[in-house]
Ligand binder design. Structure first.
Ligand code: GLV
Ligand code: MN
Ligand code: MN
Length: 413
């Protein structure tokens, strides 16, 4: 058979994604499928059922990563792997992550129905907790698999209600027994929406990121002094929220101060006791710093750290700072990136090299095996929102690029 003529079934991919979007579907048209929630379990169960239908061998490891393996002619060879994540943000969209898992499934279904036998085995993967919004940090499934994070440390991460990650993994029935450790992989391709505006602005269909920015996460805790807001004079207050407000503005100023392609964000804040007539005595907030230049991001943190200490001292609010997580910037394998661009050319799709500001499990797989990603446009450049959207025909096009990248790699002896 002439494999160059093979194409995925765009309608089937659409219907698969639509079925998944019902699990945790929100009234605003997005999804809420927080990691290790009942919705995550339901979506995992459906994914496993679909894998079995195409005769994949299922392995679930200690981190709950799900691997579906399709045999090749020579199963002694390292497999080609593709996947992403099923979990979502609290008010997330219908494409982030799930497109890469269902895209890889659509590729396998296409090979299955066309009875294509590849030289190497192929593996689809759903990585546990890519988002990191319920349990920080993000990308822990791939992080432990790649040997960059310690299993016990990850197991002990707690959500806002104090539930442990390991316990929640067991509760939903996905604490597997296979050791979570990397195995030889011939190449990993992750298919994803861009989550930014550049493909749309440049009027290109396919993006091939040269890599992913570094991601540095910090958690800052402030203690103030609670009091009745009416009788307490403005002078001499120890208002943990006002101190936080000054710190947030310092975060906002950081990229301008540092130059380069840095972004810095405070996205989460907890204020206690959170009553309009009590001076706040406890605040927790997060800082996210990203850049292609790891040193620049570290220098930015040094400045911010000093600023936060100074502000805290001025307000008389003791501060505790946790350096929660750092992933260095991840330059992908040039040969694989070029293969994405070439596959797009061969299929007649416009394309461009790009860079990923969003974090992906590909950052960690890149530590242990050649890695690349395939991006398709996000309408209006919106993501991590309920209205996140990508045209169905663009999903199909990206999936065809994935098919041909995987096929080429899987045919290599
Ligand atoms: C992951 O979704 C991230 O970029 O934070
Ligand atoms: Mn994602
Ligand atoms: Mn995401």
């Amino acid at each position: 058979m002439d494999h160059s003529k093979l194409r995925v079934n765009g309608k089937r991919l659409q219907s698969t994604l639509e079925q998944m979007a019902k699990i945790g579907g929100t009234p605003g048209g997005g999804v809420q499928r927080l990691t290790l929630s009942d919705e995550d379990k339901q979506a995992r169960d459906l994914f496993v059922k679909w894998l079995k239908e195409i005769d994949c061998e299922i392995t679930i490891d200690e981190m709950g990563n799900i691997f579906g393996r399709r045999a090749g002619r020579n199963n002694a060879l390292a497999p080609v792997m593709s996947g992403s994540h099923i979990d979502s943000q609290p008010k997330g969209g219908r494409f982030d992550g799930i497109l890469g898992v269902m895209g890889a499934l659509e590729v396998m279904r296409t090979l299955h129905e066309n009875k294509v036998q590849t030289e190497r085995p192929m593996v689809i993967v759903d990585w546990t907790n890519e988002e990191g919004s319920r349990f920080a940090p993000a990308m822990v499934g791939s992080g432990v698999w790649a040997g960059a994070l310690k299993l016990d440390w990850v197991y002990d991460r707690k959500d806002i209600a104090g539930k442990r990650l390991e316990d929640e993994l067991a509760r939903i029935g996905y604490k597997g027994t296979a050791p979570c450790r990397n195995f030889p992989v011939h190449g990993y391709y992750e298919f994803h929406i861009e989550q930014g505006p550049m493909l749309e602005r440049q009027k290109k269909l396919i993006g091939a990121p040269k890599g992913i920015l570094c991601l540095h996460w910090y958690d800052i805790y402030l203690t103030g002094e609670a009091n009745q807001v009416g009788p307490t004079p403005m002078e001499g207050r120890h208002d943990a929220l006002v101190a936080t407000a000054e710190m947030i503005l310092k975060v906002r100023e950081l990229p301008g101060r540092m130059g380069g392609n840095m972004v810095a964000t405070v996205g989460e804040i907890q204020n206690y006791p959170n009553s309009r007539n009590i001076i706040p005595d406890r605040v927790h907030f997060t800082v996210d710093i990203r850049s292609w230049d790891d040193d620049l991001a570290l220098r930015a943190w040094d400045l911010l750290h000093t600023d936060c200490e100074d502000i805290a001292a001025r307000h008389g609010c003791p501060i505790k700072i946790e350096e929660t997580w750092r992933v260095s910037h991840s330059p992908f394998d040039e040969k694989l990136v070029q293969r994405v661009l070439d596959a797009a050319d061969e299929l007649g799709y416009s394309n461009m090299p790009w860079v990923s500001g969003a974090g992906h499990d590909a950052s960690y797989t890149n530590h242990v095996c050649p890695t690349a990603m395939i991006f398709v446009p996000s309408i209006g450049g919106r993501s991590h929102v309920e209205i996140e959207n990508t045209r169905w025909e663009d999903c199909e096009a990206g999936c065809n690029v994935l098919l041909h990248c995987l096929l080429k790699a899987a045919m290599e002896k």
